[in-house]
Structure formats: C-alpha cells, structure tokens
Design a protein. Structure first.
Ligand code: ZN
Length: 265
C-alpha cells in the first residue's frame, strides 16, 4: 500500500513539474523578451495561440512605464482616414494602421500618406474574411494578397498582422508563423465601429487603459459609423496625456522591426 502511495506521489509531482515547465516556455516565448525570465505567472499576451505563436493583447510593462499604443483597423478609406491622419498630425501622435487591401486599393494616396506621416502599416488582410469560417489555405491567400499589394505600393513587407474580427485560432497562428508575422490583438476595444457616441468611446478607454495597452479604433468601415470615433480621438489623446501616458509606436514597445529588412525599395 505504502509503495502505491509513494508511486502516486511521484506521479503527481512529475505531472505538476512538467506543466510548470511547459507554462514557462509558453510565457517567455509569448512575451518575446530578449532576455527570457522564468515565470509561472499567467500572461495575458499569450492567450489564444495554441501552437505558442505569440499574440500580443497588450505589452507587459512595469506600471510606472505609462506607454500605450493606438491602432486603427479597416482603412484606409477616403472619408475617415484623412480625418484621423489630420488629428494625429495636429497632436503629433504616431499610430499603427492595420490596412485592408480591398479598401486600400481604392485609396492608395491615403496608404502612402499613412507612411509619409510617420505611422506604421500592418497587414489586416485583403478580404477581411472570418477566419473561423475559412480554410487555412484561404487565410494564407488572403494575407499574402494584401502583403503583395502593400509591397507593390509601399516597397516593404509588413511584419505585424491583425486578424479580421480579432479571430485567433490555430490556422491563423500557423499562417502568421510561416510568414514571419507577429499577431497583434488589443486589450482596449471601445467598439467605435457601431456608431456609438464619442462620450461612450472615451469612457470605455478611460475605464480600460493601463500601461502597455493596445487601443483598437477604426479609420475605415463606412459612413456614418465612425463619426463618434473622429470626435472622440482628440479627447482620447488629451485624456491619455493628462494621465501622463505617452502614445508610442507599436514597434517601440515591442522592440521589433515593423517591416522585413532588405525588402524596402
Ligand atoms: Zn477589421
């Protein structure tokens, strides 16, 4: 009997130990730290990708490093993107635009302005398909179609990708991994796309923002749904600054290049 108890004890200890080891690998890889530290604490940045490809929901920063990132999806268009760019220019804020090919193809001048104004371009696919519903092969084609367009228009391959609708599953994780993309999600989503008021958008940001946050807004998606967003943007910037937040480019906090080296014209 004693022998069985002892054996059971050894089994439990080794199971716990292997789980801890596995979790350590998971968290360090997900943080993308240049100096991985052993940690068994859950890390929100790692959520989602079952095959351990990193997905950034936010960036792990010490609470005294009040840096945040603002991202804009679904543009560029000819209505809202110019307004967003004007506001960012006025406030000297650099943001990241996850561009959608099927819209960008009609507004290449806005795509170029994003880069000329000093912002970062990421891949948001061509068709904006729902990756829960399409095959891995279709996801890959959608991503690469947009990549090719961005390369032709801007002369570089982006390395940041945002999955349409924020869908994170094994298929997009494998595709991102194969093509050297880092998946960027968000932790602050005021749902500005549904026509809500500037007040609601601002109060959501106020409630959720923290050091290392990735804020999701939209710079395209059809009239009149982003009017609240355009009105809220200056207020969001002013609020963040009043709270001593610095709004920084994604690549600065991630310490990663946003474009593939050697691919720029
Ligand atoms: Zn989108």
């Amino acid at each position: 009997m004693k022998k069985w108890r002892c054996l059971l004890g050894v089994l439990v200890i080794s199971l716990v130990w292997s789980l801890l080891l596995d979790f350590t690998v998971y968290t360090t890889h997900a943080e993308g730290s240049p100096h991985p530290q052993k940690s068994t604490k859950p890390n929100i940045s790692a959520r989602g990708c079952v095959n351990k490809h990193p997905v950034y929901y936010s960036i792990d920063l010490p609470t005294d490093q009040k840096k945040v990132v603002i991202t804009f999806d679904d543009g560029p268009d000819g209505i809202y993107t110019p307004k967003v760019l004007d506001i960012l220019q006025r406030y000297k804020v650099k943001a990241t635009f996850f561009v959608m090919g099927k819209s960008a193809v009609h507004h290449p001048e806005q795509l170029k302005r994003i880069v000329n104004d000093g912002h970062t371009v990421g891949n948001h696919t061509w068709y904006h398909s729902d990756f829960q519903l399409v095959s891995e092969n279709e996801i890959e084609k959608d991503l690469l179609k947009n990549e090719k367009f961005i390369q032709e228009e801007l002369g570089f391959k982006p390395l940041f990708v945002r999955s349409p609708f924020g869908r994170i599953n094994d298929k997009i994780c494998r595709v991102a991994s194969r093509h050297n993309y880092t998946l960027i999600h968000w932790d602050v989503d005021p749902k500005d796309w549904d026509g809500r008021s500037a007040d609601r958008i601002l109060s959501w940001v106020k409630k959720k923002v923290k050091p290392g946050s990735i804020i999701l807004l939209h710079s395209g998606g059809g009239e009149p749904y982003l009017d609240g967003s355009i009105k809220a943007l200056p207020q969001i910037i002013e609020y963040l600054r009043s709270e001593k937040y610095q709004i920084v480019p994604l690549q600065e906090v991630l310490k990663m290049s946003p474009y593939e080296k050697g691919k720029k014209k």
